[in-house]
Design a protein around this ligand. Structure first.
Ligand SMILES: *Cc1c(COP(=O)(O)O)cnc(C)c1O
Length: 386
């Protein structure tokens, strides 16, 4: 139940990855039949990845994952458009791939400012409009937050950004393949996605770049990916990503509904039996499978370990880097205290999860949280602020 961290590879994806590795190992740059065969597979994958967001295949650039796509969008666009201005806006709850690429932008002399999310983790288009000025060249706001699952109104945000003539990027790693996205209808200029969050392989992703945009590459070498991403293509990964995208296309509306029902079931089972819990993120405008809960007076890490002992995987409200016990900067930015952030669990449901599993997890959480509170002597008097 930690699908926002990564997903198991769909067996149908694993099969095509295996087949490419063993039987279709040509280099798409080669002129002979092996190369042409690979080139055909590369194009088919590009079409499948593009179709899911209503993009053209030529607008998809394969990368080593969501992190590289985010870096290419920010650093690549900023470097290529330096003459037009030096200001870049991001939200204050972005993934480290955006946050730390922004730090590098500052080091290179750009000014990066953060647009604050509201307490639900939503970025209000009005706030964006207020902060875009004539020196701003790029705005990057994530579609779905990876911790609290809140979904942003990307069409409304991109509209206010474009009204000021500025380029708009979105990190859609958590939403791609799970909820509908339309880059054309929503006016998105650049969009990042990743394979391993959609039941595809790790180490592969893509950046959608609207036709006509100019980007500076991060890597220099051959002419692969129109010169924007040099290096022989990761064919097994790319074909696997294409297959994963196709499967998501087929299953999306069914899974969206099923996971929403599963999440509500989990929420009702926990909240009806356990007092002093709080739902983080937006109550309804959230990723179907995301449940982010604060258990006041309970150490989140202790809950996580109790679940782990039963073979159930979830995330806590600590920064995701292993070994780090700092409270999550995203939860702090949303107004949680460090104690509340440390009392938080992120449960993210996915394709393999069942009602039986949800019931069992609810039972373990209720039992463990009650026991931990008893041990800590937590009864009345826990500050409940919402
Ligand atoms: C996972 C994730 C990334 C990073 O993608 P990788 O493929 O793991 O590099 C970026 N942004 C968000 C929102 C993510 O959830």
């Amino acid at each position: 139940m930690d699908h926002s961290a990564t997903t198991p590879v769909d067996p149908r994806v694993a099969e095509v990855v295996h087949n490419v590795m063993v039987n279709l190992f040509g280099n798409p740059s080669s002129v002979h039949s092996f190369g042409r065969e690979a080139k055909g597979l590369l194009h088919q994958a590009r079409e499948r990845v593009a179709r899911l967001i209503n993009a053209q295949p030529e607008e998809i650039y394969f990368t080593s994952g969501g992190t590289e796509a985010d870096n290419l969008a920010l650093l690549g666009y900023a470097e290529a458009n330096r003459s037009r201005g030096d200001r870049i806006l991001i939200s204050n709850i972005e993934h480290p791939a955006i946050r730390n690429a922004s730090r590098e932008l500052r080091r290179r002399g750009f000014r990066v400012e953060e647009i604050p999310a509201d307490p639900y983790g939503m970025i209000q288009p009005d706030r964006v409009a207020q902060m875009v000025d004539s020196s701003t060249i790029l705005v990057s706001i994530m579609h779905v937050n990876n911790e609290v699952g809140t979904i942003n109104d990307i069409a409304a945000i991109s509209e206010v950004v474009h009204r000021k003539g500025v380029c708009f990027h979105t990190d859609a790693v958590q939403s791609y393949g799970k909820i509908p996205i339309d880059v054309k209808a929503w006016g998105i200029d650049m969009l990042s996605l990743s394979g391993h969050k959609i039941y595809g392989p790790k180490g592969v992703g893509a950046l959608f770049v609207r036709k006509g945009l100019e980007l500076h590459p991060l890597l220099f070498g051959g002419h692969q990916e129109e010169g924007l991403r040099a290096g022989t293509e990761n064919m097994p990964g790319i074909v696997g990503l294409g297959e994963a995208a196709l499967l998501c296309q087929q299953m999306m509306s069914y899974e969206e509904e099923r996971l929403t029902q599963l999440r509500l079931r989990l929420w009702h089972q926990i909240s009806s039996k356990l007092p002093w819990i709080r739902l983080n993120g937006h109550p309804s405008c959230r990723l179907p499978g995301n449940l982010n809960l604060t258990f006041l007076g309970v150490e989140g890490e202790a809950l996580l370990i109790a679940l782990d002992l039963e073979g159930v995987a979830v995330s806590s409200g600590s920064a995701c880097s292993s070994g780090s016990h700092q409270p999550s900067p995203v939860l702090l930015a949303l107004g949680l205290t460090p104690e509340e952030a440390q009392s938080t669990l992120r449960i993210t449901l996915g394709r393999g999860n069942t009602e039986e599993e949800v019931d069992r997890v609810a039972e373990i959480i209720v039992k463990t949280a009650s026991r931990l509170r008893e041990v800590a002597g937590v009864k009345e008097g826990v500050a409940v602020s919402s």
